[in-house]
Ligand binder design. Structure first.
Ligand SMILES: [Fe+2]
Length: 336
């Protein structure tokens, strides 16, 4: 039977793949957008006012950005080293889509990828020109320099479907990546591509992507549903009739695009103590926008809490880019 031998939770966003100077490219968008934060929604100036006593100008200074960027790179190296040392055969990746795959014509809540392979490639010039500011610059962090095709695990995907559907799970499946004409993105979403490039270091092992719609209302699965999904997937992995060592990943988070360090600390503590009820009880209003990606972490926790793996926080840096507290908090956790 297959064995879950490694668990990894990792952030995957642009601050991990751009220079501290380039982090500021996103501030123009921060100023335009409205931001969920602690259950409410704010504009940029209101956040500056709300958080004026937190020293965020200092926290987002170039010196701090440089320190945090270097620290994040060390954490990624540590994660990749631990992944390599764990001699993993196959991986299950709980990821999300940010309109890289699914558009407004159809947005499945949970998609099990059943293709034999998954491809990725850099954006064309025309696609790059259509990306929001500061996104194209991050592309080398999750897309290969030329088109690549990576092995997947339709075998395990089918086994997951055959296990979960009789339990009442209504899963979407996909045998090949959608390629909508004229789309700004192509290939694997960055939630997968980051794992392929930076944790697997381009030596991509057969993997099963499970894509959760964390971002887009109104059909985001709840935190509890994500945990239960992971629990059911974990059970399916463990009764998969293959003598293989499996890694389970949660890819996304932590709090962004407004950073909330207290929330992230609460989340780490819930992982450390295998506190499923705290994770399941996080209301959707706290899991919107980029922070919603922590639902992939919750799904991974559903699978990993039922193992005897143990581990720790490899790194955490709240990578602020403005005095409004915008940025991305990057966190890394590994259980071996
Ligand atoms: Fe993301």
């Amino acid at each position: 039977m297959a064995e879950i031998a490694l668990g990894m939770w990792t952030s995957h966003g642009p601050t991990l793949s751009t220079t501290p100077e380039q982090w500021l490219l996103r501030v123009s968008a921060d100023r335009k957008n409205r931001h969920p934060f602690r259950g409410r929604v704010y504009d940029f100036d209101s956040l500056v006012e709300l958080r004026k006593d937190e020293g965020l100008a200092e926290s987002s200074s170039l010196a701090e950005r440089e320190r945090k960027a270097a620290s994040c790179q060390r954490s990624i190296e540590e994660m990749a080293d631990r992944f390599a040392a764990a001699r993993i055969d196959v991986a299950v990746i709980m990821g999300n889509d940010q309109r890289e795959l699914f558009l407004e014509d159809i947005t499945p809540a949970i998609t099990v990828y059943l293709g034999d392979t998954i491809w990725d490639q850099p954006a064309s010039e025309e696609q790059a020109a259509r990306m929001p500011p500061g996104i194209h610059e991050a592309e080398p962090g999750h897309s290969p320099p030329e088109r690549r095709e990576y092995p997947c695990l339709p075998d395990l995907g089918l086994h997951v479907c055959n296990s979960l559907v009789p339990q009442g799970w209504d899963l979407a499946v996909s045998k090949k990546l959608p390629e909508p004409p004229g789309h700004w993105s192509s290939g694997a979403p960055h939630s997968l591509g980051f794992i392929y490039r930076q944790i697997m270091r381009d030596e991509v092992i057969p993997n099963l992507p499970i894509i959760i719609n964390t971002f887009f209302p109104p059909n985001q699965p709840t935190a509890r549903r994500c945990f239960e999904l992971g629990k059911a997937v974990g059970a399916a992995i463990r009764n998969w009739d293959k003598d293989l060592r499996v890694a389970v990943f949660g890819s996304g988070g932590m709090s962004h695009f407004v950073i909330d360090e207290a929330f992230d600390r609460m989340f780490f503590e819930a992982l450390r103590t295998r506190d499923a009820e705290t994770l399941c009880g996080i209301e959707d209003k706290y899991l919107q926008s980029g922070t919603s990606e922590l639902k992939t972490w919750i799904a991974a926790a559903g699978a990993l809490f039922d193992t005897d793996l143990k581990g720790d926080v490899v790194g955490y840096e709240p990578c602020y880019r403005s005095e409004a507290g915008t940025g991305t908090a990057n966190g890394f956790v590994a259980w071996q």
